[in-house]
Design a protein. Structure first.
Length: 257
């Protein structure tokens, strides 16, 4: 057998038998009779995800031994491991067990006071269901008021837009932006002090503890300290401390004179 024939045979073998760890598309179907649309399929090993269509069909990229997490608010979540057989077959058929939300019996103890507000506080409750329990991504942060841009044409303004225009004209949004900026700066100051300690600034840059917050706010207002610290660019942070401390200390000395 010639070298060319061996090379051709190698290519054919490579494409006929995918290498271990190679990605491929897995086609699946949820076989429940109802509510099969919008079911989430998450590949926990690679973070690929998919959602079923109206017929319960889906496709997702997988490797051997990947862990697939299938979840919906109407069904019990299920985890499936992509075995070698499943990987080579390339087809997955799944039946999900319905999720029955049964109300637990509430038993009132004998020590009821008759005061409704007091008795309600004394009743133990279960931890509420959250996004992680059903495997569905969701926002968990603190909600903030949205700053709506001004509508360019009054003829297109709705009731909500008119309210936004009033908040712009009255300066409400400007004050809200300023407050959020100050809140973020104060959080950064607190985190910087907790990270480096007040003793570090006093010994390294001659910044007394009583002026430390003022110094850090000065750094934030005149440099990229806030961005660098949040991005863990600590070399740039120390460079800012070194440069700004000389300026800050010289200004403090001028004020004393």
């Amino acid at each position: 057998m010639t070298a060319n024939n061996l090379l051709l045979l190698g290519f054919l073998f490579l494409f006929a038998f995918p290498a271990t760890g190679q990605e491929r598309m897995l086609h699946g179907k949820i076989t429940n009779e109802t509510d099969v649309e919008g079911i989430h399929i998450l590949n926990r090993s690679s973070r690929y995800n998919s959602v079923t269509d109206a017929l319960g069909n889906f496709s997702i990229t997988v490797r051997e031994q990947d862990s697939l997490f299938i979840s919906s608010v109407n069904f019990v979540p299920k985890t499936i491991i992509v075995t070698k057989e499943l990987y080579e077959k390339g087809v997955l058929v799944v039946f999900l067990d319905p999720l029955v939300n049964e109300l637990k019996e509430v038993v009132f103890g004998p020590n009821l006071s008759g005061n409704l507000q007091t008795d309600i506080k004394n009743i133990k409750t279960e931890k509420p269901l959250n996004f992680d329990d059903v495997g569905i991504p969701g926002f968990k942060g603190k909600g903030e008021e949205k700053i709506v841009p001004i509508v360019p044409y009054l003829g297109l303004a709705s009731a909500v837009d008119l309210e936004a225009m009033y908040k712009h004209i009255s300066g409400y949004y400007r004050k809200l932006k300023l407050k959020r900026k100050w809140d973020r700066e104060n959080v950064t100051v607190h985190n910087v002090i907790a990270f480096y300690t007040a003793t570090f600034f006093e010994e390294a840059y001659n910044i007394p503890e009583g002026k430390l917050e003022d110094f850090l706010l000065f750094c934030i207002e005149t440099s990229d300290l806030q961005i660098d610290f949040e991005n863990e660019q600590y070399a740039l942070v120390l460079e800012t401390f070194n440069n700004r401390s000389a300026i800050y200390n010289s200004r403090s000395f001028e004020k004393k004179e």
